[in-house]
Ligand binder design. Structure first.
Ligand SMILES: [Zn+2]
Ligand SMILES: [Zn+2]
Length: 138
């Protein structure tokens, strides 16, 4: 996911590209690589810098922090990126920067639903669908 610096004119460049997240090195467990990652944004030249405001949409998958059920969904994040574009720099690597931002922005704790009841530490029952057997034994 590279952009040729000379294609970014003074009026800016609109950019849109979808890739497999693995193609930009996103190999993390929380990334759902069955869903393409899409970057859209506007790139502008300001002196020796290229400034961009991008939106990134990608699939995530996780396990509920309470009941361990698989949770998948879509994340949309917006980032401001800046690249140095000194003389001789032909390309900027958007994918590398998007990868960093996605990893930095990752919030690990996920619930399958707000009021997930979780798993009983005593009997291991999924309290969303089963009833706890612990108390009956006493
Ligand atoms: Zn849950
Ligand atoms: Zn129990």
């Amino acid at each position: 996911m590279k952009i040729k610096v000379r294609e970014i004119s003074s009026s800016g460049l609109l950019f849109e590209e979808s890739v497999n997240p693995r193609d930009i090195g996103l190999l993390e467990d929380f990334i759902n690589d069955e869903v393409p990652l899409t970057v859209t944004g506007r790139f502008e030249r300001v002196g020796d810098f290229i400034l961009a405001k991008v939106d990134v949409v990608y699939g995530v998958e996780n396990h509920c922090a309470r009941c361990l059920e698989r949770v998948s969904g879509q994340e949309k994040k917006s980032f401001d990126l800046d690249f140095e574009a000194k003389a001789g720099v032909e390309y900027i690597d958007v994918g590398e920067r998007v990868r960093e931002e996605v990893i930095i922005g990752y919030v690990p704790r996920v619930l399958c639903k707000e009021d997930c009841k979780g798993i009983c530490p005593g009997c291991g029952a999924d309290l969303n669908t089963e009833s706890c057997e612990c108390e009956k034994k006493h």
